[in-house]
Design a binder for this molecule. Structure first.
Ligand code: CA
Length: 330
């Protein structure tokens, strides 16, 4: 880089930080991503009950913190511990660990078994403001310029709880001097209504990325992803967003009988509408079917599909891949 907006140069987006090496969304994972040369570092944001933006992927706490142990009895009837049911002061009491889920015997096991161990209790939940201070501080001490890639999680859930996540995030960005830096901040969301509001009502100058999931995931959003992927839907997205963040399986479709890579027409269709394409999530330890190595995966997306950047848990590997391709026309 080191200019996030430089035309034609694909960007490395550190997905939840260098989350392949340290627990996601910890300040340690963000510092590591910075040191690894990520162009952008991602913040997933939810609000505490008292309305403070904190950096956390899930609207729930149980998969990455010790909430069930520290605050037993605070789950909702669905068994989940919602971040917005806790004050910032309570969230600060929690310890963050590597992402886990129930294993075969109901015992918690790591989702990615070869990553940072589950045990050590070294980390807490950062606020968005604290994380921006960390990145801005490292930018200064390392003489770099690193972008923020902020996702608004669950705008509908927050609204039903009386909270406005878009307004709260814009307020923090304004306080930290980032609200008018369109070459250094992306805002992303799965919810199209939230993005349209940011563009048309709140009139943010920051570039917006429409994330595209799969309807079968059953997420809490107003978005119909099949529609967004259709010609009509994608043209509508181009009316309020600057790019899309599709799931990588919406671009790479596998291999045909002769072993040739099969790609969808999503990238050229998005390009024709002037939309950037930043697919997720590139993981060395979770390769799609038909892909033999992480380098092969990157070849498919950068050299064949021609995407503008990728969300990755392994920013060092994508950085070194792109550096090795420097001079080649990607
Ligand atoms: Ca995200």
């Amino acid at each position: 880089m080191n200019h996030p907006s430089k035309a034609g140069t694909p960007i490395v987006i550190a997905h939840r930080g260098a989350s392949g090496y340290l627990p996601e969304h910890t300040l340690a994972a963000k510092a590591m991503a910075h040191a690894m040369g990520a162009d952008y570092i991602e913040q997933d944001v939810v609000l505490s009950g008292d309305g403070v933006p904190v950096v956390l992927h899930d609207v729930y706490l149980e998969s990455t913190t010790n909430v069930a142990h520290h605050f037993p009895g605070r789950a909702r009837p669905d068994g989940r511990f919602y971040a917005m049911d806790f004050s910032l002061e309570e969230l600060r009491q929690l310890q963050v660990h590597e992402r886990s889920g129930p294993g075969e015997d109901g015992v918690e096991v790591a989702v990615y078994p070869d990553r940072f161990p589950l045990g050590p209790a070294l980390f807490g939940i950062p606020t968005l403001a604290e994380e921006i201070d960390l990145i801005a501080g490292l930018d200064r001490s390392r003489a770099r310029r690193t972008g923020l890639y902020v996702e608004l999680k669950g705008p509908g859930l927050h609204r039903r709880g009386g909270l406005d996540i878009a307004a709260s995030v814009l307020e923090v960005l304004a306080q930290k001097g980032y609200a008018n830096r369109p070459d250094q901040v992306f805002l992303q969301c799965f919810d199209g209504a939230a993005l349209r509001r940011l563009r048309h009502e709140m009139k943010t100058p920051l570039p917006l990325i429409q994330l595209i999931g799969d309807n079968s995931w059953g997420e809490d959003t107003d978005s119909d992803y099949d529609y967004l992927l259709s010609p009509t839907g994608l043209a509508e997205v181009a009316g309020y967003a600057d790019g899309i963040g599709p799931w990588l399986s919406q671009i790479y479709l596998g291999r045909d009988a002769s072993g040739q890579t099969r790609l969808s027409d999503l990238v050229p269709r998005a390009r024709a509408l002037g939309l950037k394409v930043h697919p997720y999530t590139f993981r060395r330890d979770d390769l799609p079917a038909g892909i033999g190595s992480f380098t092969e995966l990157l070849d498919v997306f950068f050299r064949q599909a021609g995407v503008d950047g990728v969300f990755t848990d392994f920013p060092d590997l994508v950085r070194s891949y792109l550096d090795s391709q420097a001079g080649l026309a990607l």
